[in-house]
Write a protein that binds this ligand. Sequence first.
Ligand SMILES: [Zn+2]
Length: 387
Amino acid sequence: MKNRAFRYIDACRAEMLDLWREIVNMESGSDNIEGVNALADKLLGAFADAGARTRKIEFENAGSIALGVFPGGEKPPVLLSGHMDTVFKSGEVEKRPFTVRDGIAYGPGVLDMKGGIVAALFVARALKVAGYDERPIKLLFAGDEENAHRNSRAADVFMKEAEGCAAAFNCETGSIDNSVVVARKGMANFKVVVHGVAAHAGGDPERGRSAILEMAHKIIDLQSLTQRGEGTTLNVGTIEGGTVVNAVPGRCEIAVDVRFVDPSVLPKLKTRVDDVLAKTYVDGTTTELVDFAPRFQAMNTTAGVEKLFALWKEASEENGFGTPAPVLSGGSSDAAYLVLAGVPTLCATGVKGGKNHSPEEYAVVDSLFERAKLIIATILKLDALDA
Ligand SMILES: [Zn+2]
């Protein structure tokens, strides 16, 4: 079975590369809903051609979810998941379309994570052609992961579709060092607005109350809430304030990103943030906390995740793909929701490369075929999860 599936992957190399090129060259920035939906339609067509039942789950203000289910036997299904959207604005494809140089592929989303989508589809196709009929195989791709499903219910859909699955592989950005993600930090965001009193900087400075000065003090206090030991970090990512150089600024706003390992730290952190904001440095300013809320759950290393990692490691070593290390990633992903649904999940099982979210993003072409084979080999071991 395994050898037949591997041979199919080898035979499909050109076709896999063609699909990779085709979908990297389709603009699908998270905000480009039309583009994401066109990609969803393209993939749903490919799933259906390969024998899957398909469903498109649409949202008013976000890209659709593409779902394909390849029928199988009585055992619980396997889930291969990820996302179709990228962080890039429209026009990026024209600037740097999919190209391959010296075995390395470039292009927007080539690593994060259009390569993973191609790998997932061909895992399903190879298993089907090889006669695998033990478990249904589900393919599930979100259209708005890069903006944390802000305008959709995609996280709920992921939890619902994952329910009852034997295992899940989130085919995200794979690491060049061969590691695989067994835990991810969660993310929360909030904004802070300081209201001061605007005044002429030359004629009337005493009447002014600088919102920027007040915020400057608060930024230092907020950043120092970082607790590296427990894995909680704060980052003031953006700042906006003032209107012109010759006026005392009447308003300043910041946006803050919080990463955490354990969600139970959030209420405590919120109290500390409230304390920071309650202290006033510049008399006459007032401070407001806006939208303190979790955006992404953390992915926890459950016993099921550990068992699935052991199978992945065994499959990797048996097939000459090296010894992978299990790692905690500070970045968030939908793997968190799959684990919350009770499903043993590995993340970052997609193509290997680096520099995602940047114009230097790259992926190793051979890792497309390697990862497809490794996922196949691990799926063929899943019975051991129940043991
Ligand atoms: Zn991604």
